[in-house]
Design a protein. Structure first.
Length: 591
């Protein structure tokens, strides 16, 4: 019964927000889709200038996606524009449904200012093959993009169509701000090829950006990016923890230093005679000089061996390194720093929808976000709920039967008048077997009959009357035990249900925060579904305890009434028996 009621509630709540559905469906072969809103308003990413074509990072984790019904490799994931017709290019950096974490780069054709636009993510097609177009996600002006998702010892691979893969570098891998990152321990550097697509003309345009996390801020200069062409040089690094850019002998002015063991986004853009240095998406320093022409190799994490200048090696983590053949606008640098970091309000993840066009609803979002441990707790609570309802049903039926039978017995007993033993020899009294009063009466009457002599005369002393009362009291105790049988299960449900629910909630919240920490996304859209799902365990605990509490109190009052009636009957029976003995005693003496 409880399970049926609970499932009914789930169905009712889950089907409410049919407004989520859109009549269109990009491809009928895909069972599900999720709405992703790109919000550039003040409440979202607060982008005041249109950024144009932009690759955006979609972070999926247990807080915003349950990975149910999707391929283990993400082969059936597709992204479609707001018109629900135009497929978007995307690249899967990592996809792990076991850990509940995925990172996908989506090519957004136009990132508008102060607006909201929707992107659909389709999934749930077992027949689908991988359709990602990694080289098409980044426009042709990106010369190289390194995600550092490779295993330790594997050279970093370029994500653009130019395939400017690093060469001869056995750099280590570590957890980064976006998936994996490159670990620089001071002993190795990453060498980038000097290909045609990486060439820079004199006074030309250029952009370098990277996420860095220095282990410490050593006294001295350390290089993050270096490129030399004879006596010409372009250097980006830290000077006593202060970011700098140097072109030949001209170095940017000093500003605030970075924090050790903290991620920071560092970018450099160059166009004509202007070079800008950005930190965390904000302008940091500026140089008025031109870039020299460069066709040589470049390095990450240190300088080429044999250089006359003395630089300390970079020790720390580096992630998402990008080089462009144009100067990316300031708004693009700011958007990259915001969306790639751990906290971003630019993307809002909506509800999942079924192919039928009817959304799962708010409750569906919650149910899909429930973790396995919470389901275990909820399952235990459902069993407790079923048991408590069965106990309440059985106890209510029993006390109702006893109450009705007791009323029938009292009517029959009082019709016998002064002859209190008449019912004990009445063959028709078997109809009263369900009455607890009748069982008390039979025991009392049997004790009286046992004390009669062969002539049918009662020889009951005052001590015998107390013995009869004691016998009837013992039966009364057993009747009370029968009334309260299994009631302890209700007290367990009342006291244990909320605590079990709280346990499931606490564990669920812990797992949600752990998953969010692993994904590096801590905005409210990431937290809310997981917290709401964790609270479902508490709701289940209250669902067990509240009906059990009402039922327990109801049954307790009914049982007390039956007990009171039995106590009154014992007193009445013993009193009338004593009265009858006093009436019979004088006649016996006169004889």
């Amino acid at each position: 019964m409880t399970r049926l009621l609970f499932l009914t509630c789930l169905l009712l709540l889950g089907w409410v927000p049919a407004a989520y559905a859109d009549a269109s469906w990009w491809n009928q072969d895909f069972a599900f889709r999720k709405a992703i809103t790109i919000d550039t308003t003040a409440k979202g990413g607060n982008v005041t200038i249109a950024a144009g074509r932009t690759p955006l990072l979609v972070r999926l984790h247990s807080g915003n996606f349950t990975f149910d019904g999707v391929s283990e490799t993400g082969a059936d994931v597709r992204f479609v524009a707001a018109d629900d017709k135009t497929p978007l290019n995307y690249q899967i950096e990592s996809f792990d449904p076991v850990l509940g974490v995925a990172l996908v780069w989506v090519d957004v054709p136009q990132l508008g200012a102060d607006s909201q636009q929707q992107v659909w993510m389709y999934y749930g097609n077992p027949k689908a093959q991988g359709a990602e177009k990694a080289g098409a996600v980044f426009d042709a002006d990106y010369a190289a993009v390194y995600h550092f998702e490779e295993a330790s010892g594997t050279p970093p691979q370029d994500a653009t169509a130019y395939a400017n893969n690093a060469v001869g570098n056995d750099i280590l891998a570590a957890d980064g701000i976006i998936g994996k990152a490159a670990r620089f321990d001071g002993s190795k550097i990453v060498t980038l090829p000097g290909s045609v697509s990486m060439n820079v003309a004199e006074g030309g345009s250029f952009t370098f950006s990277a996420w860095i996390k220095p282990d410490a801020l050593p006294a001295g200069r350390t290089l993050v990016y270096a490129r030399r062409q004879g006596e010409q040089k372009l250097l980006v690094g830290l000077d006593n923890g202060v970011p700098f850019v140097q072109v030949n002998d001209t170095t940017s002015a000093a500003g605030e230093p970075l924090k050790a063991a903290t991620w920071a986004h560092v970018a450099v853009t160059a166009t004509g005679g202007d070079i800008e240095l950005y930190v965390d998406g904000k302008p940091y320093a500026k140089l008025e000089t031109k870039l020299p022409a460069m066709t040589s190799q470049a390095t990450l994490g240190g300088d080429i061996a044999g250089q006359a200048e003395s630089f300390l090696p970079f020790t720390g983590l580096m992630d998402e390194v990008r080089l462009s053949r144009i100067a990316r606008p300031a708004v693009v640098i700011a958007v990259d720093a915001q969306t790639q970091g751990a906290e971003s309000k630019l993307l809002a993840y909506g509800a999942d929808e079924k192919q039928s066009g009817v959304g799962f609803g708010y409750f569906g979002i919650i149910v899909k976000s429930v973790t396995a441990d919470a389901w275990v707790v909820i399952g235990i609570l459902l069993v407790m709920a079923a048991i408590s309802w069965v106990v309440m049903w059985q106890r209510a039926a029993y006390v109702n039967k006893v109450t009705r039978a007791n009323e029938d017995f009292l009517d029959a007993f009082r019709q016998q008048g002064r002859n209190i033993l008449a019912l004990s020899r009445d063959a028709t009294a078997s109809r009263l077997q369900d009455a607890s009063l009748y069982r008390l009466y039979k025991v009392g009457a049997a004790e009286v009959w046992n004390r009669r002599d062969e002539d049918g005369q009662d020889h009951i002393a005052s001590e015998s009357i107390e013995a009869i009362r004691a016998t009837m009291d013992s039966v009364l105790v057993r009747e009370n035990q029968a009334l309260s049988r299994s009631m302890v299960l209700l007290t367990i449900a009342i006291s244990g249900g909320p605590f079990l629910g709280l346990l499931g909630t606490v564990v669920g919240v812990m797992i949600t925060f752990a998953a969010i920490a692993a994904a590096g996304d801590v905005n409210v859209n990431a937290i809310a579904p997981g917290i709401a799902a964790a609270l479902l365990a508490t709701v289940a605990g209250l669902f067990v305890a509240i009906p059990a509490l009402f039922g327990y109190n109801y049954l307790l009052i009914r049982n007390k009434n039956v007990t009171a009636n039995m106590q009154v009957f014992v007193d009445e029976f013993v009193t009338r028996l004593a009265e009858q003995q006093r009436v019979n005693q004088p006649s016996a003496v006169a004889a």
